[in-house]
Design a protein around this ligand. Structure first.
Ligand SMILES: C[S@@+](CC[C@H](N)C(=O)[O-])C[C@H]1O[C@@H](n2cnc3c(N)ncnc32)[C@H](O)[C@@H]1O
Length: 240
């Protein structure tokens, strides 16, 4: 964290047409942004490595879909001692991929600059969607997960982490406020928080836990577990 540039992107107001994008501006401060914005991020990353250690099947590949700066890929390589496949780090943001190529020295990570909907999962025991599905068009989410689930190896896993909306209005309000409080506590001002929310409104669409779990059933997965929740952030492991 100490080398990461501070996220000051929303300190200033922006034109009405501005939309949040994973461009150079965001990619350059992403590590600081995600650590100060996602409750439990460090725990999530560490434990995605631990879960992978448990479920990795030798001679198979891992897909880190929406890999950003490859935090998950790095955690997996750190934790899985017998790793002998490739990690395909897939991201539609060229800026993210370029930073990884410059900073990460590992022959096991193969970078794919593509939409995750266009990628086939080949000989894989682990597929990660850590905070990614929420940026994919809602209409494409079921088919995407269905394809991944049909293509992963037997006993393989998909890890899905999402910011969620809560079913009960009062819970939703409480946790939204709590999440804002978390960000304020990490040094963001109320204005920065509000500006980023407006910028994200057209880019990110969150769903409820019930919606996600219905989708898991719909793609044919009945064996899934919610293994993490911190405020309004949830992660599941889906087992094939
Ligand atoms: C919040 S970040 C994910 C964080 C990352 N997985 C981690 O654990 O640090 C979302 C990433 O998904 C990428 N992304 C969003 N939609 C995508 C799509 N349809 N195809 C490929 N990448 C996508 C973005 O460019 C961004 O880097």
């Amino acid at each position: 964290m100490k080398d990461s540039k501070k996220d000051n992107l929303y300190k200033k107001s922006f034109p009405e047409s501005h939309e949040f994008k994973f461009d150079d501006n965001v990619s350059n401060v992403f590590e600081d942004m995600v650590n100060r914005s996602v409750p439990g991020y460090e725990f999530l990353i560490n434990n995605i490595g631990v879960l992978s250690k448990k479920f990795y099947q030798p001679n198979t590949n891992v897909y880190d879909l929406g890999s950003s700066l490859c935090a998950c890929s790095k955690s997996i390589l750190n934790k899985v001692e017998n790793f002998n496949g490739n990690i395909y780090a897939v991201d539609s943001s060229e800026s993210m991929i370029n930073i990884c190529k410059k900073n990460i020295k590992s022959n096991n990570i193969k970078y794919v600059n593509s939409d995750i909907c266009d990628v086939d999962i080949i000989n894989s025991s682990i597929v990660i969607l850590n905070l990614t599905l929420q940026f994919v068009d809602v209409k494409k989410r079921t088919n995407l997960l269905k394809k991944i689930f049909s293509q992963i190896n037997k006993n393989g896993i998909i890890i899905v982490t999402e910011k969620i909306s809560l079913e009960k209005a009062s819970d939703d309000m409480f946790f939204k406020n709590f999440h804002d409080f978390f960000k304020e506590n990490n040094g963001y001002t109320k204005e920065e928080i509000d500006r980023k929310k407006i910028a994200l409104a057209d880019t990110m669409e969150i769903e409820s836990e019930v919606m996600h779990e219905k989708r898991f059933n719909l793609i044919g997965c009945n064996n899934f577990y919610k293994w993490f929740q911190c405020y309004n952030f949830v992660s599941w492991v889906l087992i094939k």
